[in-house]
Design a protein around this ligand. Structure first.
Ligand code: Z5A
Length: 217
């Protein structure tokens, strides 16, 4: 696998989506045509199948609640398709991929948030990814209330965002524990700061990693 998979993780409203767009442009400016491709994608929803699954997973008007295990399997299904048909082929060709959420979200949301067995989730992640891990994960650490206020100010909230505050606090605790255990695979970003300050943190970290990986800036 020649490319690099850089994942943006964290609770709602941390600014992942905004910063992925900024980082995409920054990487293009830094690396020019020296890499085969710079791509952005997300989970759920990085493939055609994934977009259908995303509509189901985030739909707040479903006639019945999605059972936690069914929810877990839908996220795993999205990931299996994404890894096999998008991530692995593009990484093999040397692409740098910026991905909005990946395996750590499942441990944080379905494990810590919903209370499902974390070892089972790790096994399921292993099946869905066939062992693919991020080269670097940027964890957008934001105060829960602040992040939810940002998403609420956008208007309509989706099914996951509508979960209660205690759920989001458990998810946040999950990301904290994952970051503690992961060494330098997961790097904390202070997402409470301004857009510009967050961008600067990301660019500083990415510069270190790109040089470590042998890219010329
Ligand atoms: N999920 C799961 O449960 N299990 C899994 O395995 C996976 C996912 C893969 C995906 O929803 C949901 O699926 C998610 C986890 C779950 N659930 N929730 N809740 P999504 O992809 O639609 O939502 P999200 O990933 O949570 O994205 P988000 O809510 O849009 O947040 P964001 O991408 O981190 O933030 P943003 O869209 O860039 O910014 C939000 C707003 O804040 C926006 O108006 C910005 O202009 C503003 N913003 C951003 N940065 C700043 C700063 N620094 N200052 C001020 N304002 C800012």
């Amino acid at each position: 696998m020649n490319g690099k998979l850089i994942v943006f993780e964290g609770c709602e409203g941390g600014g992942k989506t905004t910063q992925i767009q900024q980082t995409d442009q920054w990487l293009r400016d830094q690396l020019g045509s020296s890499v085969p491709a710079i791509l952005t994608t997300k989970e759920p929803g990085g493939t055609a199948l994934g977009r259908s699954l995303r509509n189901i997973l985030l739909d707040s008007r479903l006639e019945e609640p999605i059972a936690p295990t069914a929810e877990l399997l839908l996220f795993a299904c999205d990931r299996a398709q994404h890894v096999e048909t998008f991530l692995k082929p593009h990484l093999k060709q040397g692409a740098i991929i910026l991905c909005d959420r990946f395996t750590d979200s499942t441990i944080a949301y379905q494990g810590f948030g919903r209370g499902l067995d974390k070892n089972l989730i790790k096994q399921l992640n292993q099946i869905a990814t066939v062992g693919l891990e991020s080269d670097l994960t940027l964890w957008f650490d934001i105060e829960i209330e602040k992040g939810l206020a940002r998403t609420q100010s956008r208007g309509k909230m989706d099914r996951m965002e509508k979960a209660d505050l205690a759920f989001h606090q458990r998810v946040n605790q999950g990301f904290c524990e994952l970051a503690d255990q992961a060494g330098d695979r997961i790097i904390r970003i202070d997402a409470n700061l301004s857009l510009q300050q967050v961008s600067l943190q990301i660019q500083t970290i990415l510069t270190q990693y790109l040089l470590k990986w042998g890219f010329t800036l």
